[in-house]
Design a protein. Structure first.
Length: 78
């Protein structure tokens, strides 16, 4: 008899990915859906929100924070 497949069960873990950039911050108007560009700190989206409010009178904003993670195999026997 010949082996046709080998199954290997493994445990995986999800961890923050520190190999690239940190979190990306953005803001989105909850009235019209217009959005700021992404930035590596909160200052630019906050300024965009205040300018947008001044121009349009829209006062509600969604703060969007995108972080990154990486899956890897757990070391050792399963």
């Amino acid at each position: 008899m010949r082996t046709r497949a080998v199954w290997r069960y493994a445990d995986w873990v999800l961890r923050p990915d520190s190999s690239g950039s940190g979190p990306i911050y953005a803001a989105e108007c909850t009235t019209c859906g217009d959005a700021s560009d992404g930035a590596e700190d909160t200052a630019a989206p906050e300024i965009w929100s205040l300018r947008h409010a001044g121009r349009t009178g829209h006062t509600g904003f969604r703060n969007i924070i995108t972080s990154f993670s990486r899956a890897s195999l757990v070391e050792g026997p399963c």
